[in-house]
Design a protein around this ligand. Structure first.
Ligand code: SF4
Length: 103
């Protein structure tokens, strides 16, 4: 069980695009334990689905979800949930090869 602490409710920037430094300052996940967004070693499929669902739920309330997702797709970030996407989601978005993480 992972405890999610109260997250910042800072408003979204009024002008876009924001710089990388700026969107990271507004990240809702700043006050959430990293293990919500990154898998432990040998994570079982059910635990992964539950963890990723929780991370995606947090991302949906984040004011900088779009720049975060663009950054993660653009840099081919291979680990964790970023911008409401898993590594597999990002590979699909980038048009890359399909790879199953939960095999
Ligand atoms: S979209 Fe998700 S991973 Fe990205 S900054 Fe916001 S809470 Fe963090």
């Amino acid at each position: 069980m992972v405890t999610v602490y109260a997250a910042s409710r800072r408003p979204a920037p009024t002008s876009w695009p924001v710089s990388q430094e700026e969107w990271r300052l507004l990240a809702r996940c700043k006050s959430v334990p990293a293990e919500v967004f990154y898998p432990p070693d040998r994570e079982k499929p059910r635990a992964r689905r539950e963890r990723e669902a929780l991370a995606k739920q947090i991302c949906r309330t984040c004011p900088v979800q779009d720049p975060c997702r663009r950054f993660a797709v653009g840099t081919q970030e291979p680990h964790g949930v970023w911008g409401g996407t898993t590594p597999q989601d990002r590979r699909h978005l980038a048009g890359g090869a399909v790879h199953r993480d939960d095999a």
